[in-house]
Design a protein around this ligand. Structure first.
Ligand code: 8YV
Length: 306
């Protein structure tokens, strides 16, 4: 039997239901009661939000198959200690997230959402919309040059941007300048592109100091996790003009976001839709199922993180 912890793509839910008796934790009125009831039989979890306590409550649990590349809501150390496998959905979403990133950047720089409103509100015949900045010739500092970060870099190179990057290590065979210090990179960049994993190790690394280094002309785009950024500092700096602009697909407490963002004109806001295309979500769902199938067939897991 399988415990599902949040809503998944319909086709993924259907494929899982063909294979397992499914219990939906997110739909249970009394979650503790459901967990106690299913504990003797649940061998798999589909979804995230799994801590050591939930693992302990499910003594037969063997695998947690996450729908998403980021698994910051799963306590992987606790899973490892309990011999529970964890899988994610890497690679299949790289292109979709990279496309969204470029789209957000152009939308912010050229004020595409504001232009749409301007036209709809009938202001065009009697006014001028203005002149804005472009990506061409600018420097993009990528925080997290992983699988998605590299796809973003390729696309921004095509936009005639200069690419630099920061991460824990300099990477061999990468044609971009490496910064070992994030604030130094932000200082030298027009754009800070946040695409590093969330979780304990990266919490708040885009600090006030980093944002100050990016500066009043600086633009930020975040398609990773809201937790990477000191969000209170970012909001305050966007309000005061100490930071130029931000295109945000992710937030600290999403889907509930700080009210201040709604009243800002120098932001583009998106509802965590980086991977939200038909083809990518289908592929993510298929990979969740492939990991579960491989596990219960005793085969190597296609995309294990633990
Ligand atoms: C979400 C994501 O998982 O892959 C990730 O890490 O952030 C997204 O793809 C998606 O919204 C499904 O919950």
């Amino acid at each position: 039997e399988l415990l599902q912890t949040h809503k998944l793509l319909d086709s993924c839910e259907a494929a899982i239901a063909e294979r397992f008796t499914v219990h939906k934790l997110h739909e249970a009125r009394d979650k503790a009661a459901l967990i106690a009831e299913v504990a003797p039989k649940v061998r798999a979890i589909a979804g995230g939000n799994v801590d050591g306590k939930l693992m302990d409550a499910l003594p037969k649990l063997e695998i947690i198959a996450n729908f998403g590349v980021g698994y910051d809501t799963i306590d992987t150390a606790a899973a490892k200690a309990r011999n529970i496998r964890v899988t994610n959905t890497p690679n299949v979403l790289n292109d979709a997230v990279a496309e969204m990133t470029v789209g957000l950047m152009i939308a912010l720089a050229r004020r595409i959402p504001q232009g749409d409103r301007y036209v709809r509100e009938g202001k065009w015949p009697s006014g001028t919309f203005g002149l804005f900045s472009e990506l061409t010739g600018k420097t993009a500092g990528i925080l997290g040059l992983g699988r998605i970060g590299k796809e973003i870099a390729t696309r921004l190179t095509a936009m005639k941007m200069r690419i630099v990057y920061h991460g824990r290590h300099r990477q061999e065979g990468v044609p971009y300048v490496y910064y070992s210090d994030l604030a130094d990179m932000a200082r030298d960049s027009d754009w800070l592109v946040i695409v590093a994993p969330g979780g304990q190790g990266t919490q708040g690394i885009v600090s006030r100091t980093v944002l100050e280094a990016l500066g009043a002309q600086g633009m930020l785009v975040n398609v990773a996790r809201g937790t990477l950024v000191d969000e209170a500092a970012m909001l305050e700096m966007l309000q005061s003009g100490a930071l130029g602009g931000a295109a945000l697909d992710v937030f600290e407490n999403e889907p509930n976001i700080r009210d201040g963002f709604m009243r800002l004109d120098n932001v583009v806001l998106a509802p965590h839709q980086g991977s939200a295309t038909h083809q990518t979500r289908q592929a993510m769902g298929a990979l969740v199922v492939a990991n579960l199938d491989a596990h219960f067939a005793g085969d190597p897991l296609p995309s294990a993180v633990v």
